[in-house]
Structure formats: C-alpha cells, structure tokens
Design a protein around this ligand. Structure first.
Ligand SMILES: [Zn+2]
Length: 907
C-alpha cells in the first residue's frame, strides 16, 4: 500500500429477472413498485447519487407501459447521470441465443439507450450462466472496454497461485479477457457475487459486524485500491436509507473512502490505477471450467427443449429468411420495414433473458413465452409473405409457355450465403375456384393432377413427388378489396433443386407435357439401405445406422442409439437417479419400413418400442418438498414401467453427404433424460462446437476438480469430432445440449429431452409442465466428413441445414426480373461463415456479416454489379469504420467478426 486511502465504490442496483419464480406480470407489478420508489428516492435524497438499472433498457419500457407519465422524470435523472441504463435490451443467455440475437440485443439496447441520452459503458453479464468467448470482440467493436460478470472464472485470491497455462482462473476479481481474435476488455468478476453490498446497516453496531467481513472479502480478490460493493440483489428494492448507512461507515472506517459510485466512475478509477499487463489474462469462453461442475447450470440447455426449438425456428425466420428477402426487395427499389422487424425482434428477445430461454422458471412463465414466440413468428411470417409477393410479382415467367401447356410457375429463394442443393417442398394450388365465381366443389375435386412435368427455366426436367393432395378452403386478402374466399386443389410438390446460387432465386413450373422416360436409380436400392454416389447408409436390426464413405470405405457404426436415464435434478441441473443404469436401444429390435423411395430421396421409418420407468420413485417428491439439495438426494427410478415408442425417419437425398433424421415420440414418462448416441471412434482429446461467432474448441475431458459425473455442454448448430483423416459432425435444430462421453469410442451424446418436476435453486417450486409430457419432436443431420472435404466445408453445410428454402407460387406473367436472378454475389473463402444480410437499421445501406472460423486469414470479394455503388468496413453497430473500398475486397483476420456496409444504387 502506498499510504493512499482505499476507496469503496458502493453501486446501487437491482438485478431484475423479468420473470422467474413468479409469472411475468407478478414480477412486473413488483417492478412498478420498485421504480416508483427509486424515482421517489432520487427526488427526495440528493445524497442518493445514482442507480444502475441492471444493464437492460427493457426495464424502462416495462415501467412506462404502466406509468407513461413518468417519462420526463426518468429522462431528467438519466440526463443528470443518476440513472444508468444499457447497453443491452435484455440480459440474455449468451449460449442459448444465436450469434445474431446477441448482436441485435446490443444494437437495440444501445439504440434505445441513445434515445434517452447516456449509455452505461460496461458490458454487463451479472447472472449469465457462462460467457461467450467472442464477447470481448463484440464489446470492443461497440466501443465498450469493460465487462462485468458473475460466473465463468474461478477466483483464487492472493494466496493461491494460478498456473500460467490456465486460461480460466484469476487471482484477482479484475483481469484481462481476451477473445480468440485477440480483442481485449478489462473483465470484472463479481468474486463475492453481485449482492455483496446488499442492505448496508445504518446502526453502528450492526454496521461494524457487516463491514469487517465485507471489506475483508473484497480485499481478498481486488487487484486495485478500488473495492467494488454492489448494493442490491435479485429484485431488491431500493435501500432508501443508504445515505445514512454510508455516513455510519465513514465514521467507523476513517481509513477508507466511501463513495456512492456508479460503473462509469468505478471503471475510470480502475483504469487510472491499473496498468493492464499486471493482470492475469483469461481467454475465450468462460464456462466455469475450473469448478466441481455442480453449479454451472449448463443443463438449462436441455430444460424444456420445446422452447429452444421454437427459438431456433423464429431466430432463423428473422435472420436467415425475412431479412435477406427484405434486402432482395430493397435492391429492387422497394421500401423495407424496419419498424416491423424491430417489433418482431424485440418480441422474440423478450424470451431471451437467462431465466426465460433457459427454461428455469415456473410453468406460467414458459406458457407466456410460447405465445411470445408465436407473436414474433406470425409478424415475421406476414412480413415474409408480403415481401415474397412483391418480389414474385416482378419475376418474368413467360418462358414456361415454351415447355408445355397451362404452366404453374413457382419461385424458390436461396436466402443463405452459400450455394444450395437439396429437396424443396412447395405448396401448389393446381386450381382455384373463387366463391364469387360460384365455386363448385365437384369441379375442384375432379381436377386432374396427372400429365404434369416439372421443369426449370432452361427446360430441364425434374423428378418430383406429390403428396397431401386435397381440396382446401382458403382466401385472399387483397390490398384494396374485400376478402375473397375460394376452394383450391392443393398439393405438396417435392423435388431436388441443384446448385441454386447464394442469395438468388430460381423459377420452376409444372407444365402439361409428355414425360420423357429416363432410367432412374432409386436411393433405396436394396433392403434397409440408402445409397447415393458418395455415401451408403445401412440400417441395422436395432435401428442404428452404419454410414460408409464410398470412396475410402471409412465407416461409422452404431450411430443413432437412444439412451434413457433417470433424472432427479431440476430445471437447472441433471442429476442421475441413484443406482441407475442407462436403458438403451442397442439390444432392441426395431421395426424398419421403407416409406418413400425415388431418384432424389428415400426415407425409412424406424419404430422403437421399449420399457422405461414411469417416473422417479415417490421419495423424489418428498425430497423436493423437504428442500433436499439435488446432489444429496437418494431417490431411484420407479419399478413401474411404461411402453415408450419412438418413430424415427431417416432419409438420404441424391446429392447430400449427410443423413437427415426426424424423430417423433410421445413422452409418457417423468423424471428422465433421453439422448441419442453417436460413437465417433475418433482418437482425439478435443472436439468442436458451434458457439457464438465461434467454432469453439473444447476438451473432451473436464479439469481435475470437476466431480459431476455429467460433462454436458452448449451447442448452437453443431458438434463435431475429427482427427487428421476422418471426422463426423452432428447438426441440429434447437437441441442445445451435448456431452462427449468419457468412453473409449469418444461418443457424442445429444440430449433430446430432459423431463423434471421442479425449478430448483433457492426453494421448492413445482413445475409439472417441465416434464414435457405429450408429443415431442427432434430434427438433426449426421455428416460424415468425406474424403476431399475440409472440416470448414462440412460446417458450412451444417449451418445451412437449419435454414429452409423459401418458396412462392406465382402466375405466368411478364416481369422486369429474370426467372433466375442473383441479388448479391461474392466470393468468400470456406473458413468464412455468413451470418446476416439486412438493410441497415438507421441508414440506407445494406449490412452483411461474416466471421472467420479459423486462425487463418481470409477474404471476401463482393462482385461488382449494377445495383452496388461501393462497400465499406463496418462494425457490430453498423457504423462505418473504414473508408470505401475500391477493389470490393475485404480482409478478415483470424477469428474476426466482420461486418461490411454495402451502398446500393437503388432503382
Ligand atoms: Zn438473473
């Protein structure tokens, strides 16, 4: 010590879980009370200097929805820097929301905070269940140089040495946190949690006891003379007598300086004192790697899987379908609608707080979330449909008159940043009879669907498959007329589209013409086998798969075995039932049935029926009610069993190297976990998982202190294992949890369902709906890495798997846009993943974003085209960071997130 007084920064805050152990509106009611009291305190007590509003701007929206008249008062306190807001819109779970969702959360949060005036300059993750590795890069690009978090790193204190090699431990609560690309922020760990200055006593005697312990605890970890004291906790009301309590402290401890501080003031003081290189550097993802593994909350990734699936669907709809389509339309001179997008995004993001998307709240909360997902989805779908109609109306389809009679054209959009091949399913109305014209059901029913061939704009013929043929009621809602009901002869048409360029459309049509007879090799050419030019898939009698690379003979065996275990944990944590041994389908006999077979796709339906315990034994409920901590529970699984039936569709397409799997089952059991196993038989110490703007390299085995038998982890689109000559990648839709088993085969286990009956944490909160009874689904795809294919190429396929085609039936018409058209074209190296294409939020430019998956430098060249004037380098906030680039080429450094602004030349 240099004789200078240490400063204790008391920062008042409340950690506002928007919904959790109470339904949203009950927490909302408390929020109104809380805000009323805060505004009152700030007004009456000039000594109550400032308040940190939990880093999320949505608190203000929620309050003003009920008390709109308080707007001016709030504005005044924000202007006076007594209320600190932003930078986020909500306090999201970083790993269960997409890369783009994490960015949008920051964009909309900062946009709203800017409207008010001041933005708090700290990347705030107080309660995140682990932190994404790229956070320092994202924050750095947004001009934020500090981040505060409550989990992820183990603080060891001064007496504990931290090994140089260890990236996840720090002796101090302050550290340097580095993203994979080298971007850095100063990380501040709440080593004594974010409640360490809660309820400071005013009474001298009580204060003495309180401060002695608290000061010692802070000094144990603080690297500087500025000690951080967070005055608040979860849903904590304002401490209205804080000024008096600070006065007491000043009298008791003259050797310390006490200030009612805020984060801006604290980080400024910290920066002035700390010379950064002294601090320990932590790198990348902070997932509490160095703990016993019992408190990491990672199994929230498998709590209420249905929420994760809905989230994946709506995120994809917004970022990979609606936004690119709106960009296409914008390039053709149409207006985009940013307000609609902001509404849909914000409604979706209201489901992204850590207690919401993690599925660790009471049932009422998650029921309301389902409605929010639907609200966002319906708005996004309406905008998508309107946008596709505008685009469709411009496309010339007269060419199809050349190929046959009565053409029924339709357009297929590839909204991904990668050329695409695969089976397209489009809904076609072969005939419509409007009520206004006196529709006759008989004539619609009698409409003949035969004699059509499917052609593209060049006249090439395609095999196709018709299904769900029916007469249906539907209606048009014309823009300037009353609604128009009709009956339609409708069917689903499936075919394989090949090499549809990135960000483009291609037009096809059914026309009446004579079919050319061609020899067709079917995909299922022998029993229980699927085969194309590159891979052969054999279905074994137990329903598992053997996948063979035909060129090299490399084989993956025993893939797709189901595993069931008892779970006596809670929404946060998986805890295997006592004396449990996993039930698997390895020794079961499955029913195997070929249900679709054509030249472009074949599908088998595999049915498994096996007995599993109906629930945990009755002891579990007793232990829950008696608040027995889940690690100490003694409950086993019930002796009573139920018949569990799983239906698995396995299909292979003509030009795909991966195997599609779609599972449907009725969950009729409680307190259990269901997983699917993929033994990789690859010798490796590490595997790779899709995370936030990062393909994260993770260890197969946990650190020494990890005592939890389970080592589950988060994933976004995929998990992958490979060595120098073979590999396997499993991509998924909304299945966020996997584990690499500590067995000889390095088996990847992916969680399909976790059914539990209580919330967990600080009390007993029963959650019968977290048992997820009733019909459940799961979709994933297994990609063997074929010879001659790079890992990055497989990852690109995995990313594309989750994005559906967008299709629309259109009339035969003249149009200004060709039947095949690419809206934007570029050349990007394989190690670059495109994550977003949209119209910028606050200006007229387009924004496209990539990230580099590897440590190799890379580049993108945007192709010159008529409707593009120039491009520039941007950042995550859509700001220009570099001047226009003449040669249209942008370099991307290792692990860099690169946003590019495109200035269009619009019609
Ligand atoms: Zn929280």
């Amino acid at each position: 010590m240099n004789g200078k007084k240490k400063t204790i920064h008391i920062i008042s805050h409340t950690h506002w879980d928007r919904e959790w152990y109470l339904p949203y509106e009950k927490h909302h009611y408390l929020l109104i009370e809380f805000m009323d009291q805060l505004l009152d305190t700030l007004e009456k007590d000039p000594q109550f200097k400032s308040f940190h509003l939990d880093g999320q701007t949505i608190i203000l929206d929620d309050y003003l929805e009920v008390r709109p008249d308080m707007k001016d008062k709030i504005k005044q306190f924000i202007d006076e820097e007594r209320i600190h807001i932003g930078p986020w819109y909500v306090l999201q779970d970083e790993f269960l929301t997409s890369s783009e969702s994490n960015i949008r959360n920051l964009q909309y949060g900062m946009k709203d905070a800017k409207k008010w005036g001041n933005i708090s300059k700290i990347g705030y993750f107080p309660d995140s269940f682990g932190n994404m590795g790229q956070a320092p890069q994202i924050l750095h690009q947004a001009g934020i140089k500090h981040a505060a978090f409550g989990r992820g790193v183990k603080p060891t204190g001064f007496n504990n040495l931290v090994s140089e090699a260890d990236s996840y431990e720090s002796p101090y609560s302050e550290m340097r946190w580095q993203a994979p690309n080298g971007s850095e922020v100063t990380g501040i760990l709440f080593a004594n949690w974010y409640c360490n200055g809660n309820e400071i006593p005013e009474d001298k005697e009580a204060a003495k006891k309180y401060w002695d312990g608290h000061i010692e605890a802070m000094e144990r970890y603080a690297a500087s003379d500025h000690l951080l004291m967070l005055n608040g906790c979860d849903h904590q009301p304002v401490q209205t007598n804080l000024s008096a309590a600070i006065q007491t402290a000043e009298e008791l401890y003259p050797d310390y300086e006490f200030i009612h501080s805020n984060f801006n003031q604290y980080i400024q003081a910290l920066d002035e004192q700390l010379t950064v290189p002294e601090l320990k550097e932590v790198k990348g993802e902070l997932r509490s790697q160095h703990t016993d593994g019992w408190g990491t909350l990672v199994n929230t990734a498998s709590s209420r899987v249905y929420l994760k699936q809905m989230n994946q669907e709506v995120q994809t709809l917004l970022e990979k379908e609606v936004e690119p389509l709106a960009t296409f339309s914008y390039l053709l001179g149409e207006d985009d609608d940013r307000d609609i997008l902001e509404y849909a995004w914000k409604t979706l993001m209201q489901n992204h707080p850590h207690d919401s998307i993690c599925g660790c709240s009471v049932d009422e909360v998650h029921r309301e979330m389902v409605t929010r997902f639907e609200k966002s989805k319906y708005m996004a779908e309406s905008y998508k449909q309107a946008t596709m109609k505008k685009l469709g109306a411009k496309i010339d389809t007269t060419i199809f008159n050349k190929y046959g009679k009565e053409p029924i054209p339709f357009v297929v959009f590839n909204t991904t940043g990668l050329g695409k091949t695969g089976v397209v399913t489009v809904e076609i109305d072969f005939m419509r009879a409007y009520f206004a014209d006196g529709a006759h059901r008989q004539s619609v029913e009698a409409f003949d669907l035969d004699h059509y061939i499917l052609v593209d704009a060049d006249g090439n013929e395609y095999d196709y498959h018709l299904e769900d043929t029916a007469v249906v009621f539907d209606y048009d809602l014309p823009k300037h007329q009353f609604r128009q009901p009709y009956l339609a002869k409708r069917a689903k048409v499936s075919f394989e589209a090949k090499d549809i360029p990135l960000f483009s459309h291609s037009t096809f049509a059914l026309v009446k013409a004579a079919k050319k007879e061609r020899e067709k090799q079917q995909i299922a050419s022998s029993k229980n086998t699927l085969e194309n030019k590159q891979v052969r898939v054999e279905i074994n009698t137990n329903g598992s798969l053997t996948i063979i690379d035909k060129k090299t003979g490399r084989t993956f065996s025993n893939l797709l075995i189901y595993e069931n275990t008892g779970d006596i944990g809670n929404e946060y944590m998986y805890r295997e039932a006592n004396d449990d041994s996993p039930i698997t389908t390895e020794n079961e006999t499955a029913q195997i049935q070929l249900i679709e077979n054509s030249s472009f796709r074949a599908t088998y339906l595999i049915t498994h029926q096996f007995e599993i315990p109906e629930s945990a034994e009755a002891l579990l409920e007793k232990e829950q009610k008696q608040l027995v901590w889940f690690t100490s529970r003694k409950a086993k699984r019930s002796k009573k069993t139920v018949l569990f039936t799983m239906q698995t569709k396995v299909s292979l397409e003509k030009h795909s190297t991966g195997v599609n799997v779609d599972v449907v089952y009725d969950n009729n059991a409680k307190d259990h976990r269901l997983r699917v196993l993929f033994p990789t038989n690859i010798q490796s110490d590490v595997h790779y998982a899709d995370a936030i703007f990062e393909v994260a390299k993770r260890n197969n085995r946990p650190a020494g202190e990890w005592t939890n038998p389970d080592y589950s982890q988060h994933q976004q689109a995929f998990v992958s294992m490979h060595d120098s000559n073979q590999g396997i990648t499993i991509t998924n839709k909304g299945l966020n949890e996997y584990e690499v088993l500590r067995d000889e085969a390095n088996t990847i286990a992916m969680t399909l369902l976790r059914a539990v009956g209580e919330l967990g944490d600080w009390g007993y909160f029963p959650t019968p709906e977290a048992q997820c009874l009733g019909q459940q689904t799961a979709s994933f795809k297994i990609y063997p890495h074929l010879s001659g294919t790079t890992n990055e190429q497989v990852y690109q396929q995995a990313y594309q798997y989750v994005v559906p085609w967008s299709t629309l039936q259109i009339p035969v018409q003249d149009g200004e846009v060709a039947s095949k058209h690419q809206y934007l074209s570029y050349q990007a190296k394989d190690n670059l993943v495109q994550t977003s294409l949209k119209v910028a939020t606050n200006k007229e430019d387009l924004m496209i974003r990539f990230f580099n998956m590897t440590n190799k430098e890379s580049s993108i060249e945007i192709k010159e085209q008529e409707n593009i004037a120039t491009i520039y380098e941007s950042n995550v906030l859509e700001e220009k960071v570099n001047e226009c680039i003449d040669n249209m080429q942008v370099y991307v450094k290792q692990f860099e997130i690169k946003s590019i602004g495109i200035i269009p030349r619009r019609k």
